[in-house]
Design a binder for this molecule. Structure first.
Ligand SMILES: [Zn+2]
Length: 245
């Protein structure tokens, strides 16, 4: 089986070399490393150079990491967008005490950078599903990812109509909003991920846990895991414009 973990915070994972080896043994053929800020994004770029073709680096500016003066962070994204496979993690979050207008302005600028470089966005959208959707609507973006989408089912059709994808995490096993959203999304538009090292049911995830995302999605869709693996890895290859070996 060939699987891609399309969203992992590899810089936060201890004993990474061993974890990547275990992921390979579990059938993982690539991991997209996401950044939260300048420091972690420099780290994803370094990991990408260290594991060429296996770790794909994204550079990001997470809403949790926003400073009131984001210009230097945005300049960093402009400078490094070309060497990254995607811009992420970026987006909006209405559950944090950062001004909505600041979040919207920064995401708007990130969208412009993505358009200019033709890079997909890996979008954090917690409680800001509609707001993020409005920021990407009508823009000239490549297919992008609404990461760990757990928003209203009613928006899924609009996200798909704009050409974008949803991603499934190991929480698909038990999270009602994540399940009901992915139930109405065709497998042809779903990527697998772990968001490692996030904890699921008390245990920190690792890239190999993308097998759990696969299992949960196969069960939800009533399909064979082998078939879901082929489809979701094909989706990842389209979004990131790479063929994984
Ligand atoms: Zn994340």
């Amino acid at each position: 089986m060939r699987l891609v973990d399309t969203h992992s915070h590899l810089n936060e994972i201890p004993d990474l070399a061993r974890e990547l080896e275990e992921a390979r043994e579990a059938g993982v053929v690539a991991v997209v490393a996401v950044g939260m800020d300048r420091e972690s994004s420099l780290e994803t770029l370094r990991l990408g150079r260290e594991h060429p073709g296996f770790v794909l680096p994204a550079v990001g500016l997470h809403p949790w990491s926003l400073s009131p003066e984001p210009e230097a962070d945005l300049e960093f994204l402009r400078e490094h967008a070309e060497v990254a496979v995607a811009l992420g993690e970026v987006g909006m979050d209405l559950k944090i005490p950062k001004p909505l207008e600041l979040q919207r302005e920064v995401l708007g600028e990130v969208v412009r950078v993505a358009e200019e470089h033709g890079k997909p966005l890996l979008l954090h959208t917690r409680w800001a599903w509609r707001e993020v959707l409005e920021e990407v609507r009508g823009r000239d973006l490549p297919p992008s990812v609404f990461h760990w989408y757990s928003g209203p089912e009613g928006l899924v059709g609009e996200i798909l109509d704009l050409g974008h994808y949803l991603s499934a995490t190991p929480a698909l096993e038990y999270s009602p909003p994540h399940r009901s959203a992915l139930r109405v999304c065709p497998v042809e538009r779903i990527l697998l991920e772990t968001d490692a090292p996030v904890r699921y049911r008390g245990r920190e995830a690792r890239p190999r846990d993308v097998v759990g995302s696969l299992r949960a999605l196969s069960e939800l869709k009533g399909m064979e895991p082998e078939e879901v693996a082929v489809l979701t890895t094909g989706n990842a290859e389209r979004v990131f414009g790479t063929r994984f070996l």
